[in-house]
Design a protein around this ligand. Structure first.
Ligand code: DCB
Length: 516
């Protein structure tokens, strides 16, 4: 026992003195919510990265990796294992120490390299590092919405882990007992448990900070993968909160030149990771010439994908205020386009730009969405779908009372800084607090008609707010039209790289905000 304590203390010292010099993994984003934990765990020799310079923060941690790391954290010495597996000695010691039972992870090794379930990982962690902590069913079980999914043998350790603050649920309050645990999450959990075990009071004066992990800004599709919506927050494939920022095109059929590869790449160069292709339905757009305009859209979407960007396909209704007026055409369009892009994690679908006029959420937009969503889901079961609302996509308070059923849905909100102010911000804030996922697919520094201003002070208030709440956005618009909302100066070349001199006053402001 003495020896264990010694080992344990030296590990703690190593942690303390490891400092913040970066282990420089190629796939650990500086500033990511898990960066410190990963770096410290690696530098203390508790969980190493891969030989190729990656850490694999989003990879599921295997049973062998997790148990051997927990053993190192607790100072448990390996014993003779039963197989030649690299971790077999550590796992044998853990088994003998009673951290888990034979059937949970047979010493013959079948499960060693498989992802460990979260419930088993938590049990091992608690037995290894915090065996004295007890769970309290009455206070803790209501915190886990999916408590009934736990196997009975894990009730006690999982509740204890909640008491200690070593784990928290996701934004919806679910623990996901049978899912895997990412290597980044494992680092955070092990580290928290070690710090608590090292003598910090269990009712800390300085409570374990809730890991609404810092929202990650930027990173392309190759880095973030398939998006998912958790609670009100857009997240990347590994569940890390993520923010997308970029430009919307102007009407595709009017300003197609600025949806080419060079133009999109130019915005990427300034830090954007999102492009929105605004395909007007009326006003000479898609409905006048479906095939030609679809081809333009495909060229634009492909160009965005080539730049590693997320891309919104926007069915841009405007003069056609009620999306129901072209619901059949929309269904056909979305079905075709979702089929084409079904395998691309880059694509998001926006069902109706701005319903307006004599339109309500409940009577018109919601039933419209209920018609279109299944057409997309047939091919793209997990892509993010963005849904508008009445009053130019501003009636989120109506949506919030009657949201759609289904996963990976977000509601759009549009504002123009010269027209829309604090009262609408408060509306957005309320629905976010109520858990409604919001995506600003269009906003402008101008007045609502696209001109006037530029209203930079008012824009700044909006962006500060969106920033704080981790809300993604696209700015209207990437074109050189003679209106203040246009990001480019008249005549900016779509075929050359841009400098600040190519950007309008609005463009200069907006392009400087992509990275936060
Ligand atoms: C939205 C539309 C977008 C429109 C911008 C700016 O409309 F989604 O299509 O873009 O906001 O008004 C403008 C272009 C102009 C073009 C015009 C018509 O910038 O170059 O001539 O579309 O195609 C809104 C948004 C909000 C409100 C009104 C409009 N509002 N609107 O709150 O009153 O009238 O188009």
């Amino acid at each position: 026992m003495k020896r264990q304590l010694f080992l344990f203390l030296s590990v703690l010292c190593a942690l303390v003195f490891a400092g913040r010099a970066s282990a420089a993994f190629t796939d650990v984003t500086p500033g990511a919510w898990y960066e410190a934990a990963v770096t410290e765990m690696e530098q203390a020799g508790l969980l190493s990265g891969y030989p190729n310079g990656r850490f694999g923060p989003g990879d599921p941690i295997s049973a062998a990796q997790f148990v051997s790391a927990a053993a190192r954290c607790a100072g448990l010495e390996p014993v003779q294992g039963q197989t030649g597996h690299w971790a077999s000695g550590a796992l044998q010691a853990a088994l003998q120490a009673g951290w888990y039972d034979w059937d949970e992870l047979p010493p013959t090794g079948e499960g060693f390299d498989r992802p460990i379930s979260r419930q088993l990982a938590v049990k091992i962690l608690m037995r290894a590092l915090l065996p004295q902590v007890r769970g309290d069913f009455n206070t803790e079980s209501p915190k886990l919405k999916d408590f009934p999914q736990l196997d009975g043998r894990y009730y006690e350790p999982v509740l204890a882990a909640y008491v200690a603050g070593v784990v928290r649920g996701d934004a919806d309050g679910n623990f996901h007992p049978r899912s895997s645990l990412s290597r980044a999450e494992a680092c955070i959990m092990l580290q928290k448990a070690m710090k608590l075990a090292g003598g910090a009071p269990l009712e800390p004066e300085d409570p374990v900070p809730p890991e609404q992990p810092a929202v990650k800004v930027g990173g392309g599709v190759s880095e973030n993968g398939w998006l998912q919506v958790k609670g009100a927050q857009l997240c990347n494939e590994t569940g890390e909160p993520v923010v997308l920022r970029g430009m919307s095109s102007h009407g595709l059929h009017w300003y197609e030149q600025y949806t080419n590869r060079q133009s999109i790449q130019n915005t990427a160069q300034f830090g954007a990771n999102l492009f929105r292709v605004a395909m007007y339905t009326e006003a000479g757009g898609y409905l006048s010439n479906p095939d030609a305009v679809t081809d333009m859209l495909i060229r634009a979407v492909d160009a965005a994908i080539e730049s590693d960007m997320y891309v919104i396909i926007d069915w841009h209704i405007l003069s056609d205020g009620n999306p129901m007026s072209h619901a059949a055409e929309a269904r056909e369009f979305f079905s075709k386009i979702a089929r084409r892009y079904q395998d691309s994690p880059a694509v998001l679908y926006e069902l109706c730009n701005e319903p307006n006029g004599d339109v309500t959420w409940e009577r018109d937009v919601k039933p419209y969405a209920q018609q279109i969503i299944p057409a997309i889901r047939e091919y793209a079961p997990r892509s993010v779908i963005l849904v508008g609302s009445s009053t130019w996509s501003q009636d989120l308070h109506m949506v919030s009372q009657s949201p759609l059923e289904g996963e990976n849905l977000m509601y759009t909100f549009h504002f123009y800084a010269g027209t829309h102010g604090a009262d609408l911000r408060q509306r957005v804030e309320r629905v976010l607090d109520a858990g409604l996922p919001v995506f600003v697919t269009e906003w402008g520094t101008s007045r609502a008609d696209g001109s006037g201003g530029v209203f930079l002070k008012e824009s700044e208030e909006w962006l500060d707010f969106l920033n704080k709440r981790g809300v993604s956005w696209a700015n209207w618009s990437l074109c050189d039209k003679d209106e203040t909302s246009a990001a480019l100066r008249p005549g900016a070349s779509p075929n050359a790289a841009w400098t600040q001199a190519d950007l309008s006053e609005s463009g200069n402001y907006v392009f400087s905000k992509f990275k936060g």
